[in-house]
Design a protein around this ligand. Structure first.
Ligand code: BGC
Length: 771
């Protein structure tokens, strides 16, 4: 809920070093560990935070639990509140001078000198925009996602932002949902690898490093299952689905050390996530041992009453705290009601203390008590630096997915006489950046036309460019005050028609046409669900008219969700999906189109033929008459247009027969699955080897296939490489709705290896009980 304009305003699992650092520095560390003297840092943090806590008034504690947004209605009182210790965090302040000024009030002028935590949505870049998270997942390369978020953390921290509301790890199986673009797609295994990689990227080697920022894994939990793909709507998920599909990326992010977590807006199985004690306490704290702090989503504490869950703001504050929310984002029910509620005995003091302890601890781990200020020269060096641009460009080329390339039309030869470059997105700066670009400056963006001009500068090739059509944007986006939707320039029917014909004339004059079509920036993200998946406006007609000229056509898709391109998949020879590539869009797209970069991404979501098929995902269960699975609609195919994991390259690859290190393994053991891959094409390229499994029988039906391993490799022409994936039987475990627990059930498993979820190389594996 956006009441205020945005711009206007443990499970203590062994794991990464970062995780160890994070858990080790907790106040409530494992007592035995401290007693054994294994963790001096923990006891230091413990003493520090507990001492501070003992000196805080109730109002100061509630202050730490309150986050206010830039220019919220209390704007004028903000300084005063900071001085009184009534603010724990600020959202959307991003001028380093102002950040230092406010921090100075907290550090030097407030009674207890507790630093403020400045948060911002650094989702796919701060000032330099990187490909959207769905695109990062399409790289099928966790190192790429980690690098993008490391660079983003460097930039954001350079202005004093030390907390991001990312990664978003919600599994999404319905592309109507606008926020599918913010996550890693439909699969828990891929989603988990992307979740942990992003946490590593944001939080760096040590949270206290000046260029590390605190991650906030969100939106806990089940937000991606909103009914009908309608943002904010309820999610109804069985515990089986929740635990096997929707929760694993959260566990992975927490295991990687994510220092905070955001509760979701919607209700899960009838109980709003922000007031859901089972989620935030029983599962998160008790079962998983989460040691970070929990922030609500924007106004989601206040909206507990809108849900018909709480009777008013006081009840909302009381029940949110009881459920396990430690900090309230933007609404003020904590500040307005908690002190009274404690005095009335509605909230135990211990619940307040626990919440504040987690928050202070995070500030301690970030090193904010020692180094609260940002050095002003960092911003100058870091923001849209050449290093940032280079990283953004290279990552954008690694996230593109080649969907079709008949006759090897791509890469295009540079020495053609002329290229028609057509489409409403060829010269748009905001659109190619994607939704969460609030810290960007659109003028930094390289447009597609600019990218092509640079790339063809030394050739005599003429670029004939025009929009052809404009995208009707429909309702204003929640970011409209930051990026006002451009006003249409084609206002009359005659002007629209003339422009359309002009575009088709240019296609006729050129040797080849590149059509850049897709969705405007505001058609994805929060409150941007769609009831259709078609190319918005008259883009489909433009595409069909261009193809009808008989000229070779390349379709470059700019999008945040799978679109209905069923017609194009039969009539357009080359289709390249670049998602929302970010600041370096034009350069990256030109590099891909002309072969300076070779697409090697794979789909992180199943691509449906039409909206009527959704939700559609590869890991469905086998049910009655499985061989009819693709013909389950009377009026069309029920098979996807492109399967999960699919993507082509300018190179071609062959796979030798797969090998497994054993045909039997006991539960708890592991087996190695390997395959030799050869580049059989004439260009260097990347391939992604994917391993899928299936449990043949057990206490519950299991998905027909589940991804359990993958690796992206680069091969030169003719080069061979053996890829060995270790399948740990732990990965074969699942939460059974019959036994109500997580276990590996011995039995026969199918294994497939290949380059998408239709992989055909097959072996079986017998999993025997643990000896
Ligand atoms: C979104 C969150 C976001 C927050 C702060 C909310 O509306 O759901 O994802 O982090 O706003 O901008």
């Amino acid at each position: 809920m956006f009441r205020i304009s945005r711009a206007g305003l443990c499970q203590l699992l062994s794991g990464s070093l970062l995780f160890l650092f994070f858990s080790a520095s907790c106040v409530q560390v494992d007592a035995a560990q401290v007693a054994r003297g294994q963790d001096n840092r923990a006891s230091e943090a413990d003493r520090f935070v507990n001492d501070l806590l003992s000196r805080m008034t109730l109002e100061e504690k509630i202050g730490q639990m309150s986050q206010i947004a830039l220019n919220s209605p209390e704007g004028p009182k903000r300084d005063e509140r900071i001085l009184k210790g009534e603010v724990g965090s600020l959202l959307f302040v991003r001028d380093p001078v102002e950040i230092n000024r406010l921090q100075h009030l907290a550090m030097e002028k407030s009674r207890l000198h507790i630093p403020l935590l400045f948060g911002f949505d650094v989702i796919h870049g701060y000032r330099t925009i990187y490909p959207v998270p769905l695109a990062l997942a399409a790289s099928w390369d966790p190192a790429t996602a980690e690098r993008a978020q490391r660079m983003a953390a460097r930039e954001a921290s350079a202005v004093g932002i030390r907390w991001t509301f990312a990664p978003m790890v919600d599994i999404a199986r319905d592309p109507r949902w606008g926020r599918i673009m913010e996550g890693a797609g439909e699969d828990p295994y891929l989603g988990s690898r992307m979740a942990e990689a992003q946490v590593r990227g944001f939080q760096g080697d040590k949270l206290s490093d000046a260029d590390s920022i605190l991650a906030c894994v969100k939106h806990f939990a089940g937000y991606g299952a909103a009914v009908g793909g309608r943002d904010y709507d309820s999610s109804d998920l069985s515990e089986e689905q929740l635990r096997n599909v929707y929760l694993p990326p959260y566990q992975a992010a927490i295991k990687a050390g994510a220092g905070s977590l955001m509760s979701a807006y919607m209700d899960l199985n009838g109980v709003p996530a922000t007031g859901n004690r089972w989620l935030l306490h029983d599962l998160l704290r008790k079962e998983w041992g989460f040691r970070g702090f929990v922030v609500s989503d924007w106004d989601s504490v206040l909206s507990l009453t809108t849900h018909g869950f709480t009777s008013g703001p006081e009840d909302a504050a009381v029940r949110a705290v009881h459920a396990g929310v430690d900090m309230e984002m933007t609404s003020t029910t904590f500040r307005d009601h908690l002190a009274d509620a404690v005095k009335k005995g509605l909230v135990p003091q211990s619940e307040i203390d626990d919440a504040v302890r987690w928050i202070l601890l995070a500030k301690y781990k970030l090193g904010l008590f020692k180094n609260p200020y940002v050095s002003l020269d960092r911003a100058q060096k870091e923001l849209v630096s050449e290093e940032q641009r280079t990283a953004s460009r290279s990552i954008a080329t690694r996230t593109a997915v080649l969907l079709r390339n008949e006759g090897g039309l791509l890469p295009l030869k540079r020495d053609v006489t002329s290229i028609a470059l057509i489409g409403p997105l060829i010269d748009s700066r905001p659109d190619v950046m994607g939704s969460w670009s609030l810290g960007s400056h659109p003028e930094d963006t390289v447009t597609v036309v600019e990218g092509f001009e640079r790339s063809l500068a030394s050739t005599g090739t003429k670029i004939l460019s025009t929009k052809g059509v404009e995208i009707e944007r429909g309702q204003p986006s929640i970011f409209d005050d930051q990026f006002p939707s451009p006003k249409p320039t084609l206002t009359t029917d005659a002007a629209k028609e003339a422009e359309f014909h002009h575009a088709i004339d240019l296609v006729k004059q050129a040797d080849v046409a590149v059509l850049v079509l897709g969705e405007a920036q505001t058609m994805n993200g929060e409150r941007a669900s769609r009831s259709t998946l078609t190319l918005p406006g008259k883009q489909q007609q433009l595409l069909e008219a261009a193809v009808a000229t008989g000229k070779p056509v390349v379709l470059v898709l700019v999008n945040g969700r799978p679109l209905d391109i069923t017609w194009a998949s039969e009539h357009v020879p080359a289709i390249l999906d670049v998602w929302y590539p970010g600041t370096e869009a034009g350069n990256a797209i030109a590099a891909l189109v002309f072969g300076n970069a070779v697409p090697g991404g794979k789909l992180p979501v199943t691509w449906p033929r039409s909206v009527g098929q959704v939700p559609l995902y590869y890991a469905h269960n086998l049910t009655q008459i499985p061989k009819d699975r693709d013909t389950r609609y009377w009026d069309g195919s029920s098979a996807p247009l492109y399967p999960f994991g699919y993507g082509l390259s300018y190179a071609t690859f062959s796979l030798a027969p797969m090998k497994t290190s054993a045909t039997t393994v006991h539960s708890g053991g592991s087996v190695e699955v390997s395959v030799e891959v050869q580049n059989t094409g004439g260009l260097a390229g990347d391939e992604v080897v994917q391993l899928y499994t299936h449990q043949r029988s057990g206490s519950a039906s299991r998905p027909v296939r589940e991804l359990k391993g993958f690796r992206r490799i680069a091969l030169k022409p003719g080069e061979r490489q053996t890829v060995t994936l270790t399948l740990d039987t732990k990965e074969l475990g699942f939460w059974s709705p019959q036994t109500h627990r997580w276990s590996i059930e011995p039995g026969v498993f199918d294994l497939w290896i290949g380059t998408d979820s239709n992989a055909t190389q097959h072996a079986t594996l017998d999993v025997t009980p643990q000896p």
